[in-house]
Design a protein around this ligand. Structure first.
Ligand code: SF4
Ligand code: SF4
Length: 391
């Protein structure tokens, strides 16, 4: 049976976070159960882009700092590494506060750059990941709980996609992004390549709405830990009030026969789930409604059933970031206008995730609008202020 531990933490003050992390790890036996003296331990936060910690785009630096300190106290050497989706690593590390967290905790900061090519464990013949990720003795995964346009939610499993370096991410979106299920399988196979010894989720302030880059901070007041990232994601989704049927990672994990996808097989320790007020997250506007219709109908009705990206002319500065990142090259900038080829677009939402000006909007197909209204699938809120303490 998988164990997932929950711990209340109502803010990012150093003392609060340190005490909460110590309590969180206590039922597992503390950090020394996971880290042996001399281990080189890679901490993998979510460093999506150069945003301030209060935007809730990146794992909070205080969480990263304290975990690095606990690794050092257990005799390990902490290395903080990632490959940001957008922007230079150093700039992302500075703005997100992670560079300071590294300096304060004595951890080494490493940009994922060189790669190693590995045989896949199932569907994918070869998977290329960062050498720094592969070479570490241990990995501690430090995701941020956020909604995600393509995968509904990004948490422990999705955070491991950061092991894929820079531009190769776009290639994988193209190769494996035709369906959410296939992309979920890729993420799970990346996890199986090299399993983290521990996953600690920063859900003190999470993100709802148009995550993972442009959503709204929402206070949840929780830290979550577990060895199995699939089980951690199941519990994180409960905390976010996200229905299981909207989580392709859980569905695919079940298909692959992986442990952790079923709530009944997870033992919760620490603060019980019921002690947190479940506050259903607003979901991304780009989520399509799952109809379970035959493929040929889905193909014919694609424009009506799905959302698609379109640039907001007033805020788009035609910088070309989205065009350069678009896996199938569906974006064109010509005669001072940006256009998206809907036929080519695979709805990976990298353009929205990476646009530095929040200028890529979501247009919803007619049928999707009707069904969403009937189902009450929310439009995201526009507030950037964390709302309601959920405990
Ligand atoms: S990244 Fe954003 S601002 Fe830049 S061209 Fe694309 S939509 Fe416009
Ligand atoms: S236009 Fe945007 S959503 Fe469509 S494939 Fe390109 S990056 Fe992905």
């Amino acid at each position: 049976m998988d164990t997932v531990c929950l711990q209340q933490c109502d803010g990012y003050d150093y003392g609060l976070v340190r005490n909460a992390l110590l309590s969180l790890l206590e039922p597992f036996g503390g950090m020394s159960v996971f880290v042996m003296p001399g281990d080189r331990v890679l901490l993998k936060p979510n460093l999506l882009s150069a945003k301030l910690p209060e935007r809730a785009v990146t794992t909070h630096p205080t969480v990263v700092r304290v975990v690095a300190e606990l690794v050092r106290e257990a005799g390990g050497r902490a290395i903080i590494g990632d490959s940001p989706g957008i922007g230079g690593f150093q700039r992302v590390a500075e703005k997100s506060g992670i560079a300071r967290a590294a300096a304060e905790s004595g951890a080494e900061l490493v940009e994922f750059s060189t790669t190693v090519d590995l045989p896949g464990s199932g569907t994918f013949r070869r998977i290329t990941v960062a050498k720094a990720y592969w070479d570490a003795d241990k990995i501690i995964n430090l995701p941020k709980l956020k909604t995600h346009e393509m995968m509904t939610m990004t948490c422990a499993v999705k955070n491991l996609f950061g092991a894929v370096v820079g531009a190769e991410k776009a290639g994988w979106h193209l190769k494996a992004g035709a369906t959410r299920e296939q992309f979920a399988r890729l993420l799970l196979e990346i996890y199986l390549l090299k399993k983290p010894v521990l996953n600690i989720v920063d859900a003190i302030v999470a993100m709802e709405g148009n995550g993972p880059g442009s959503g709204d901070p929402v206070r949840v007041g929780a830290l979550i830990a577990g060895v199995n990232p699939v089980a951690v994601d199941v519990i994180a989704a409960r905390l976010a009030g996200i229905p299981e049927e909207l989580l392709p990672i859980g569905r695919e994990a079940r298909r692959m026969g992986l442990h952790g996808a079923d709530r009944d097989g997870i033992r919760i320790c620490g603060n019980p789930l019921a002690s947190f007020r479940i506050h259903p997250f607003k979901l991304p506007g780009g989520l399509d409604v799952q109809f379970g219709m035959p493929t040929f109908l889905n193909t014919i009705l694609k424009h009506h059933l799905t959302s698609y990206p379109a640039a907001d002319r007033t805020s788009c500065v035609l910088c070309g970031v989205c065009r350069d990142a678009c896996p199938p090259a569906a974006i064109e900038i010509k005669n001072s206008a940006l256009s998206v080829d809907q036929e080519r677009c695979i709805r990976c939402w990298c353009c929205r995730e990476l646009c530095p000006h929040d200028a890529m909007l979501i247009r919803r197909g007619v049928l999707l609008r009707i069904v969403s209204a009937l189902k009450g699938c929310g439009q995201p809120s526009s507030s950037s202020v964390p709302r309601g303490i959920s405990r």
